[in-house]
Design a protein around this ligand. Structure first.
Ligand code: PLP
Ligand SMILES: N[C@@H](CCOP(=O)(O)O)C(=O)O
Length: 398
């Protein structure tokens, strides 16, 4: 069943609907029988390991073996910041971001519904993922992107997997309005995170991280927030595992936004319950360059219910954290993903994170998604002849 998160109105699972008649957003109510957690132990490490919690027909699954991503203890950064730090590396998903979890379930739902055309607006990763899963499922796919504001790797993926790619003169929020109109006209099945079935796939990050910790909750989960679906989905996953009796405690959900694209963090910091959109969002972390997050109500609820918080970081802090993670722990992430590490650092400095806290940072996309930012952050390769002595002289000074 699909339920409105504001007025509680219920809709049938097979109704194609993105907003309640009251205007608010929807979520899927997962009905799960009593399942002992041992059920999941000997299954393959992907999102379908938790298939009883996924409200689609698992026999029809559209899958690229997404999920089961690395969970790395980061001793060095953890020690420097005084926390017990783990990083969930979502860039290791098939198309290089967490979106694959959502698209696997979302395109499976599209197949269940019998639609033949899917679509999305995107800052890049959603389109990269949807175009791959649409190809896998044999569905037609249309994506609308903000012209000139999508990182090269993501654009290449969307085009290469065969989606019809449209570039608009506007930002992501404008692109979402355009594609939503087409979806409401019945032209395509919308697979942005306003579609509650998308988020059912992404809630598996919450499942995995408590499973990764030996069926324990961390004290805190920190992640970048853009359209705000992921923080809402992870919280949903964690509370479903709590309600199933698999864990007792839950983490403080902590969202990080770029300072000039921070409607949710601004509201949290001002102690307000409602989120005011940011008109012209801007940041080098193009994935989270979003001014009017569609899931802001769900995200605010997740932060409030979990006793969490939100913080802003500057572009410089993001770029420093991206390099720091790559060079200290060997984990290469795109700028938006590094916002979680930048945010952790700031929260520690401000005394908002206690010493010794067990923290899981979600790093959402791979460094190769945005090769220009990575190359610009480094010195050019040193030109040398084939004489090994030229190299020897340099490496002895390293
Ligand atoms: C790499 C990356 N990180 C973070 C986000 C933000 O996630 P959400 O929109 O679910 O808040 C996105 C896109 O949405 C993304 O592509
Ligand atoms: N960063 C996103 C923005 C769209 O978010 P969605 O979760 O609503 O699809 C992207 O990769 O396009």
């Amino acid at each position: 069943m699909i339920r409105c998160i504001s007025c509680g109105k219920e809709y049938d699972d097979d109704e194609i609907i993105y907003n309640c008649t009251c205007g608010s957003i929807l979520e899927v109510e997962t009905e799960v029988e009593d399942i002992p957690r041992e059920t999941f132990e000997n299954r393959r490490d992907n999102i379908w390991k938790y298939k009883e919690f996924l409200p689609v027909n698992a026999d029809n699954r559209v899958s690229l073996d997404e999920g089961g991503t690395p969970f790395c203890k980061c001793e060095k950064i953890g020690k420097e910041l005084g926390v017990d730090l783990y990083v969930k590396v979502e860039g290791s998903n098939p198309t290089g971001s967490f979106k694959d979890r959502g698209m696997s379930v979302g395109t499976t739902k599209a197949v269940d519904l019998g639609v033949n055309m899917v679509g999305c607006a995107s800052t890049g990763n959603t389109s990269a993922s949807l175009s791959a899963y649409a190809a896998r499922a044999g569905l037609k796919c249309a994506v609308v992107l903000p012209s000139g504001k999508v990182a090269l790797g993501k654009l290449a993926q969307a085009m290469f997997h065969g989606a019809k790619v449209f570039a608009i003169d506007g930002n992501f929020d404008d692109a979402l309005k355009t594609i939503t109109e087409l979806a409401l006209d019945g032209e395509l099945y919308l697979l942005n995170s306003i579609n509650p079935f998308r988020l059912e796939g992404q809630k598996t990050i919450g499942f995995e991280l408590v499973h990764d910790l030996g069926w324990e909750s961390p004290d805190r989960v920190i992640l970048p927030v853009g359209n705000a679906g992921n923080i809402s989905a992870i919280w949903k996953g964690i509370t479903e595992f709590r309600d199933a009796g698999y864990i007792k405690d839950t983490p403080m959900m902590t969202g990080i936004q770029a300072v000039n694209s921070a409607p949710i963090a601004n509201a949290v910091k001002a102690g307000e319950d409602t989120v005011t959109p940011v008109e012209n969002p801007d940041t080098i972390a193009t994935a989270i360059r979003i001014g009017a997050p569609v899931s802001s109500v769900k995200a605010m609820r997740a932060i409030k219910e979990s006793n969490g918080t939100a913080e802003t970081v500057t572009d410089d802090e993001i770029l420093d954290a991206q390099k720091y993670l790559a060079r200290t722990e060997g984990i290469g992430v795109e700028p938006a993903s590094a916002a979680s590490i930048a945010g952790l650092k700031k929260l520690v400095e401000n005394g908002d994170v206690d010493k010794g806290e067990r923290v899981v940072c979600i790093v959402t996309g791979h460094v190769l998604k945005d090769p220009n930012v990575a190359i610009d952050a480094c010195e050019d390769p040193t030109p040398v002849s084939s004489d090994p002595n030229e190299i020897r002289n340099v490496i002895r000074t390293l």
